[in-house]
Design a protein around this ligand. Sequence first.
Ligand SMILES: *Cc1c(COP(=O)(O)O)cnc(C)c1O
Length: 376
Amino acid sequence: MKLESKTVHIGVCTDYTGAISTPIYQSATFRHPALGQSTGFDYTRSQNPTRKVLEEGIAVLEEGVAGYAFASGMAAVTAVLMLYKQGDHLIVVEDCYGGTYRVVDKVFSQFGLTVTFVDGSNLEEVTQAIQPNTKAILIETPTNPLMKIVDIKAIIELAKAANAHSIVDNTFLTPYFQRPLALGADLVLHSGTKYLAGHNDLVCGLVVAREAELAEKVKYIQNSTGAILSPNDSWLLMRSIKTLALRMEKHNANALAVAAWLAQHPAVCQVYYPGLPDHPGKHIHDAQASGYGGMLSFTVNTAEKAAALLEKVQLIRFAESLGGVETLITLPAVQTHADVPVAVRERLGISDRLLRLSVGIEAVEDIIADLARALQ
Ligand SMILES: *Cc1c(COP(=O)(O)O)cnc(C)c1O
C-alpha cells in the first residue's frame, strides 16, 4: 500500500461495534479477568488501547517494528537519551533543534553523558568525532534552521562501523517524504507537535525502532519514566495523521514557490531550502527523500529589516513552532535557538538577519503577497 493510504487508515477501528474511528479509552486502569491474567491492558502508563493503535500505526508508517508515543517531542528525545549511561559519548548535529541541544548539553551532561556537536553535512568531521565510547549519532535532515542536508546512509555506515546507534529526528519531513528506518537507521524520533499533528493544537512526541531489541528498551524507559501521551491526545494525533499526505503535498508545493520568489527578491540575501536548484545538499536529499517539506530560512540585509518584517506580516503569524496549516515566521537566534551558545550560533550563521518560515497550506499567492508587503 502507498503511504497516503496507510495514513488514511491509521486508527480505523476493528472492534465489535463497527465504529470507524478508534474510541478514546479514557481509563487509567483495567479490570483483570482472573489472578495472573490480563486483557493486555493493566494500567494506562504501561499501555492504553487508544495509544496502542497510534503506536502501531506510526510503526507501520515509519517501517519499524514498534512505536512509542510521548507527551512531547522533548519527552521522546529524553527517552532516547536515557538508553545511554554514564561514560557514554554521543555525536549530535550542531544545528539541531534548540531544545535537543539544551537537554544534551545542560541536562544529560549532569549524568555523565558526553557529546560532540558536529556539522552533520561534513562526514570528515563526523568521522573525526567518533570515540571508543561513542554509542549513538543523532542527526536531523534537513537541519534546523539552516536546512543543511545530512547523508543518512553515510551516517548509518559510520555508526555501524563504530558499533553505535544511528538516530534520525524525522520531524521536518515525516514518513511521507523520508523513511530513515528503511535506509537502516536504528531509531526515528518525532516532535509529533509539528507536521504529524499539523494544526498547532497538540504537543506530542514519537519514537519508532527498526528492531525488537532496541524497541523493548524504549518501551521499558517509556513505562519506567512515564512521559506517555494521553488517550485523548493519541486520538487527536491519529485524526491528524489521516490528512498528512494532503498537507505535506501542499506544504511542499507552497514552500517551493515561496523559496523561488524570495530568492529573486532584492531585499533577500540568501534562501535556505533544499528544493532550490543551487542548494549544496540537493543531490543527497533527492536520493533519500521524495519531497522538500515546508520549512525554509532566509536572510535579509539588516537586522532592522528582519525585526520589521516580523511586525508587518499579517496573514503570516509571528510565532514559534512549525509544521501546522498556518504559516508561521520566527527569528531563530532570539527564539527557537536562544539556548544554542552565541559563539556556535555565530559560526553557524544563525544571525539576527536570519528568519525561519514554516510555510502553511494557505493559497500561495496570499503568503507571497503578505511577504511582499512586509518586505517593502
Ligand atoms: C519541536 C521539535 C522538537 C521538540 O518537540 P516538542 O514537541 O516541542 O517537545 C524536537 N525536534 C525537532 C526537529 C523539533 O522541531
